[in-house]
Ligand binder design. Structure first.
Ligand SMILES: NC(=O)c1ccc[n+]([C@@H]2O[C@H](COP(=O)([O-])OP(=O)(O)OC[C@H]3O[C@@H](n4cnc5c(N)ncnc54)[C@H](OP(=O)(O)O)[C@@H]3O)[C@@H](O)[C@H]2O)c1
Length: 297
């Protein structure tokens, strides 16, 4: 299909473009040409900023996958421009949309964050991340109706993306694995390749709605055991708290965020590879000389 990818050259988006090309889609990229500009040299590229996307004024696509939609102003502008010229619009959203951070088992129908009175739509601050994703999802639904889906993910691990600290590096070089989250902290994540495949599936098959695109909920210590199992003589775990390490609140105030219900996504075709496969491939990628980006906090 003719596919427009907004973004596509940094972390998750690279996987989407790689998978789309592998599947034989006719891909066009739209970005500013700043991030990894030499990637995908054979792919058509429209250069522009989302705040004034003149380069998107003409053209038709069967589907768009929006990996760079952070500001409400920019997503609204793109939606207005593209509404009558694209088939399905798949939006990369986030698990940060939910109003509760402590309720286990939230489905896509759980209450979402409100938009703060008077907040700017054209200026990004971290506290507006979740509300902006909610507002973008809802404005896209208003513009595209059944022709839009929203993919809510949290931690994404895989090539070009971080892991949960220094795990890939430590396993590749026999060092201590660090993590400042508590060992019984609930955690959910997804492999970037599984996420890319799901984004494509929703777009190609035009499956509407929001989806929790996350793996099964586990704990940090179970996850660490799975990752450590891929090396014959892995280094030990160090769970001591330190701000520069991967950490999550120790008081449980974010536990619900990592106990989401992913049934709807699985039913729509999300497939998830095992922790051991994710870890093994990641460690090999590091052993090949690649440097993981810093871990998320
Ligand atoms: N990483 C995670 O764990 C995670 C989790 C949940 C959700 N998300 C969501 O995933 C999306 C980002 O993923 P990613 O960074 O990996 O995507 P990506 O598509 O790999 O990288 C971001 C792309 O956006 C382009 N871009 C940035 N600002 C732009 C602008 N003002 N105008 C036009 N293009 C612009 C960048 O290229 P140029 O710099 O060349 O313009 C780059 O190609 C975001 O929507 C984020 O909220 C991420």
């Amino acid at each position: 299909m003719k596919l427009l990818v907004l973004g596509g050259t940094k972390n998750l988006g690279r996987h989407v473009v790689e998978a789309a090309l592998r599947d034989g889609h006719d891909v066009t990229l739209f970005n500013r040409g700043r991030t990894n500009p030499s990637l995908f040299p054979s792919v058509r590229r429209l250069i522009g900023d989302r705040s004034a996307p003149d380069a998107l004024a003409t053209g038709e696509w069967d589907g768009v996958i929006d990996m760079s939609g952070l500001l409400v102003h920019d997503v609204r502008r793109g939606a207005e421009l593209l509404r009558d010229r694209v088939g399905h619009y798949t939006y990369m959203s986030s698990i940060a949309v939910y109003a509760s951070k402590i309720t286990p088992g939230m489905t896509e129908d759980a209450p979402l964050l409100p938009w703060p009175d008077g907040a700017p739509e054209d200026h990004f601050t971290m506290d507006l991340y979740g509300p902006s994703k909610v507002r973008c999802e809802s404005l896209l639904e208003a513009h595209f109706g059944e022709r839009t889906s929203a993919v809510r993910s949290g931690f994404v691990v895989g090539h070009y993306n971080p892991d949960f600290g220094n795990w890939g590096e430590a396993l590749a070089h026999g060092q201590t694995l660090e993590c400042a989250a508590r060992p019984d902290q609930p955690i959910q994540y997804i492999d970037a390749r599984d996420l890319a495949a799901f984004l494509l599936r929703l777009t190609v098959d035009r499956i509407p709605g929001p989806f929790n695109a996350v793996g099964p909920s586990t704990t940090m210590s179970t996850l660490a055991d799975a990752w450590r199992s891929v090396e014959p003589d892995p280094g030990p775990m160090d769970w001591s708290p330190a701000d520069d390490r991967f950490h999550l609140p120790h008081d449980g105030s974010n536990d619900g965020t990592f106990q989401l219900d992913n049934t709807r996504a699985l039913t729509a075709g999300l497939t998830l590879r095992a922790d051991e496969e994710i870890a093994r491939d990641y460690v090999v990628w590091v052993q090949d000389g690649n440097i993981p980006p810093p871990p998320p906090h």
